[in-house]
Design a binder for this molecule. Structure first.
Ligand code: UD1
Length: 361
């Protein structure tokens, strides 16, 4: 029986793999294997996503854990090579732009195992971001490239990728959002969020090294958030990296209107996103989710690999500039909101399109 082996590792991979695996499950002649590299390993960063997204238990967990980029990437390669040599799957599918993505793609390329990249072609043109290096390298060695939007196709063609390898399928992350939005709405019934149900609030996520590893930058962002928090409560679930940096730099949110929370499960975060007055983020996926939901989004980055969220959606890039962030947030809280629309093929069926193409091969 032909085997398709999926490799996931970090939080943003899980909601992308889930719809592809579900759609492939319809093809009974295909055997699916799920490998978790263990890049993310905490209950709140990994396990709860598997449960809520309905992902099967990983067949294999490589258990690599944290480390420097080189250590993490090398460990994934070493451990995955052994698995792939044993199993020799017909296709390997990798997702997004994390270290697990490029590590897996490299191993496949050397073992001559065909590899498909879901969410190919995105470019920030900022090579100081580890994710940009991961994207460029993965796309160069992938045999099949599934893009979410037309800018992805154009980027790949410019980099010399053969047109017949490129398939524009839409946004798999939005598949998961569309499927689970009704379940997320149920979160409003449970105790944790009930009190926020009919109140305005600003939802924040920040975890990029460029924002949180520099004490001056992080202090500036906390000051801006505190000023916003004076007007409207700010809910800020903390990535483990961000929590550690706040502690190390002695930054606190006490008395500021900022509510620091643990990392949230998928459904809780989606529920909060869907009713937020404003989302402030440096994540990639959240720029897309807010565009789909029509919720205003301020992105604390100088660039984005998802320009369609700015061109068509509700996203505004404010740069790494706390003063600009504060000014734009006040403008939105005053009611000056950018209207957006949903990009083509962000329709909840991208996973089906991926599965149809893979099953033909
Ligand atoms: C990774 C991705 C990033 C993605 C993010 C989502 C790369 C290069 N980056 O960044 O694109 O937006 O995931 O979260 O792959 N940690 C824990 N528990 C965990 C996982 C991590 O405590 O379950 C801590 C560790 O101290 C670790 C740090 O977070 O050193 C960073 O984790 P890492 O996987 O290296 O990268 P992220 O910053 O999470």
């Amino acid at each position: 029986m032909p085997e398709i082996l999926h490799v996931v590792g970090a939080r943003p991979n899980f909601m992308k793999a889930a719809p592809v695996m579900r759609a492939l499950a319809v093809y009974e002649q295909v055997q699916q294997t799920l490998v978790h590299t263990g890049q993310h390993y905490d209950a709140t960063m990994s396990d709860v996503f598997f449960a809520q997204l309905g992902l099967p238990e990983p067949t294999i967990n490589l258990g690599v854990g944290s480390g420097s980029h080189a250590v993490q990437t090398a460990q994934i390669m070493l451990r995955l090579e052994e698995v792939l040599q044993q199993r020799r799957p017909d296709w390997v599918v990798v997702y997004g732009d994390v270290n697990s993505t490029v590590a897996a793609a490299l191993v496949c390329a050397k073992l001559l195992i065909p590899v498909a990249h879901v969410e190919a072609g995105l470019r920030s043109f900022d090579r100081t971001m580890p994710e940009e290096i991961n994207r460029v390298l993965t796309d160069q060695i992938a045999d099949l490239l599934f893009t979410p939007s037309a800018d992805g196709d154009a980027n790949l063609l410019r980099e010399g990728i053969a047109p017949d390898k490129i398939h524009r399928v839409g946004n798999v992350m939005i598949d998961t959002l569309v499927r689970l939005l009704p379940r997320a709405a149920e979160c409003w019934q449970n105790g944790a969020w009930q009190s926020w149900r009919d109140r305005p609030y600003v939802l924040v996520t920040l975890h990029r090294p460029a924002n949180v590893d520099d004490p001056t930058m992080l202090a500036g962002l906390m000051t801006a958030l505190a000023a916003i928090g004076h007007r409207v409560p700010v809910l800020f679930p903390l990535h483990p990296r961000t929590r550690r940096r706040l502690e190390a730099f002695g930054l606190s949110a006490a008395g500021s209107g900022i509510h620091l929370l643990e990392p949230l499960a998928y459904l809780d975060f989606l529920a909060l996103q869907s009713r937020a007055t404003l989302v402030i983020t440096d994540s990639g996926g959240i720029q897309e989710e807010t565009t789909y939901l029509g919720v205003p989004c301020l992105t604390v980055r100088d660039n984005t690999e998802r320009p369609i969220t700015v061109a068509m959606g509700t996203n505004i890039l404010v740069g790494r500039d706390p003063a600009r962030l504060q000014a734009e947030a006040h403008r939105i809280l005053d009611g000056d909101v950018k209207k957006g629309s949903i990009p083509p093929l962000w329709d909840g069926r991208a996973g089906e399109r991926v599965a149809a193409i893979l099953s033909r091969l």
